[in-house]
Write a protein that binds this ligand. Structure first.
Ligand code: NAD
Length: 359
């Protein structure tokens, strides 16, 4: 048996966690779940949104399936998602974007994978607030050492991009491509403008690519990449991006394949991996057995793949695809009319997927 931590989250989290767990179990993967709490519900009970037991469980098991967690605005309650990524050094964010027949979208036949660097760039959290002493000191230093001047009424966010982190993520993208039989890796950047950060990213990408002659390599400037993805997404396969571009293009690509309901994800590092839906905790639907469980179930597919359970992963993905394609036992958001009374609940959609797996 493999022990996997199941973080049930809050909002719609517990409902979709239950649906995903049941669907994964139906493939008989030999997984034993260790339940762990995080989010506003456990915060209300214990005063701590991320109990140490939850962190210990993931560290011990090295792998977790995580339902969404609310990040309340303006409470000083730090994003648990960000904390977990940092604590476990989950440096790679994986977002497969695949068209499933039956999901309404402007595009069909898309099968892209976004590999986003998770630790650096403008997301590193190194920021200086307008008017603070440190900020003034920094501005004075920059104005002394740079030809370009910064006004004293500026706020500043720092964009670090290192060789080490870039090597790691680009290598991850190539290894992923090799493991999953993908043909091409595209490195995305703005090296023409940001020569010392994105330039370093591009140069490092090229160096790493030399070790993978079996996989095609190319690069694209991020603005052109956006246009290409809208015009000819079929030309792309695995995209590797620095943190900020990765964040934006993940959503762009989720939009290409029909949105949040079917967008799975994973955050992966050397010490562990957490699989989770791209969407959030949709608090307004809490406890209604209404929302679409597919994104977390498809995250379960990624989990199975990560564990080397390829046949089980395929079985689960095929069952999800079949139920979506039939369009009968699906949640409201997958019906042509969102008020369609034949829409089923979260748990019933999971039941239909399980039935399909068992056939
Ligand atoms: P959200 O993804 O929860 O909701 C966006 C919209 O999509 C809403 O209309 C929602 O009802 C709908 N939606 C989301 N998931 C759905 C599903 N499975 N089926 C059908 N409809 C679905 O985003 P938000 O409202 O911006 O965020 C809510 C909370 O979730 C916030 O506190 C945010 O910080 C948190 N969040 C958590 C994660 C995570 O845990 N990984 C990710 C994103 C947002």
């Amino acid at each position: 048996m493999i022990t996997v931590t199941l973080i049930t989250g809050d909002g719609i989290g517990p409902e979709i966690a239950d649906a995903a767990r049941r669907c994964v179990d139906a493939t008989n993967p030999g997984i034993e779940w260790e339940l762990a709490e995080a989010g506003v519900d456990v915060m209300a009970k214990t005063g701590n949104p991320l109990p140490q037991a939850t962190i210990d469980s993931i560290k011990k098991n090295g792998v977790g399936l995580k339902a969404p967690i609310t990040t309340p605005v303006g409470t000083g309650f730090r994003s648990i998602n960000v904390f977990l990524r940092q604590e476990l050094e989950l440096y790679a964010c994986l977002r497969p974007c695949k068209s499933y027949k039956g999901v309404r979208s402007r595009y069909s036949d898309i099968d892209l994978v976004i590999v986003r660097e998770n630790t650096e760039d403008l997301y590193a959290g190194i920021e200086f607030e307008k008017g603070k002493d440190d900020t003034t000191e920094l501005i004075n230093w920059i104005n002394k050492h740079s030809k370009r001047k910064i006004g004293n009424d500026s706020g500043i966010s720092i964009k670090p991009i290192s060789v080490k982190a870039t090597e790691k993520i680009v290598r991850f993208a190539f290894e992923y491509a090799r493991k999953y039989g993908r043909k091409k890796v595209t490195s995305v950047h703005k090296a023409n403008i940001m020569k010392y950060t994105d330039g370093l990213w591009l140069e490092t990408s090229r160096e790493i690519a030399k070790n993978y002659s079996d996989i095609e390599f190319e690069d694209r400037i991020v603005d052109n990449m956006c246009m290409q993805l809208i015009q000819k997404p079929e030309l792309y396969d695995v995209l590797v991006l620095p943190n900020l571009y990765g964040d934006i293009l993940s959503d762009l690509c989720a939009g290409l394949v029909g949105g949040l309901g079917v967008a799975p994800g994973a955050n992966i590092g050397d010490k562990g991996a957490i699989f989770e839906a791209t969407h959030g905790s949709a608090p307004k639907y809490t406890g209604q057995n209404k929302v679409n469980p597919c994104a977390l179930i498809l995250s379960g597919v990624l989990l199975l793949q990560h564990l080397g359970k390829m046949a089980e992963a395929k079985k689960l993905e095929n069952a999800v695809a079949a139920i979506i394609a039939q369009g009968k036992d699906v949640t409201y958001d997958m019906k042509a009319d969102r008020n369609d009374p034949t829409a089923v609940g979260t748990s019933q959609m999971a039941d239909a997927i399980i039935k399909k797996i068992k056939i």
